[in-house]
Design a protein around this ligand. Sequence first.
Ligand SMILES: [Zn+2]
Length: 330
Amino acid sequence: MTQSTPGPVGRFHSGRVAEGRPQALDAWRVTTDDAEAAARVAGLLGGRPQPNEGGEALAHEVLTKAETVRVLLEGPDAVASHMVLRGSKGIVHRCDGLEFLSPEEKKGRPCGCPPLLADRKLAAREGRGPSPSISLTFRIAAEPSLGEFRFMSGSWQLAVQLADLTDALERVDGPAVCDLALELVVLTTKAGRGVCYRKPVVTVLGSSGTVAPQSPPPAQSAPAPVPPPRRRRTRPTPEPAVLDPAVPEPTAPESTVPPSPEASHSVSVDAALLRRAAEVLGTDGPEETVAAALSEIVAGRQRTAELVRLREQVGRIAAIAGQALQGRDS
Ligand SMILES: [Zn+2]
């Protein structure tokens, strides 16, 4: 369906930039140039409007309390995606995974991307191949008249879902009611570390006539898809692939002080450090690496605390034993 509206009223983000570094968030962040829309979003999703200092040109941002937002998607056209590799001089490779989409002289020719997802991810991680660039256009189901919002994502996990998503959207007559969620993922790495992070997930619920437009209450807990064998309270970690293409990536590869897990609700990393950490930790992806590193920090603290407790107990046992020996000797 064609809309005569001039572009989206605002954007959804799973992260922001703070002090030049990307941060992942555990609830949706909305940016807009429209002060009234910002106020309405805050009313619907929690949080309050504030001047946007999180990285984009839009004037206002709302750090909402919602990890799941009920939205309306107008058919498969609400989803657009391609694969893109950017270099220092702009786009180097833009394709649909099989053929080039641009520039014009290469369009339609085989692009040479490997067929397997794992190989694509590896190529992208090493800067040789493109990453997903996904755009979702939707309205907030509780107040569609606010206008269209957009969510841009580079998440491989969202990219993998897209075929099913567009199929599901095709099957719904009219606008589809969907839940757009920042889903908590808890898993164990191959090295046996418990990690968690958030990934964007779209669930098609049905047509607007059959599904309530209200978002679920913000306090609802996200189901963990993988039963956590050693569940630790780690902070949500950034998934660099989810960053908005519009967000400037920090270029200076200066070292990063590992953030304290208690210090804030989000953490930041730099790419060079992340690659090194992946080698050391033997992890499989940036999100795993960061989460594993954080788990190590948390585990380290727990071990230190346990060691202190043990030392105290040993000291007490030694004192009791000492007294007992003294009593026997006298
Ligand atoms: Zn390609």
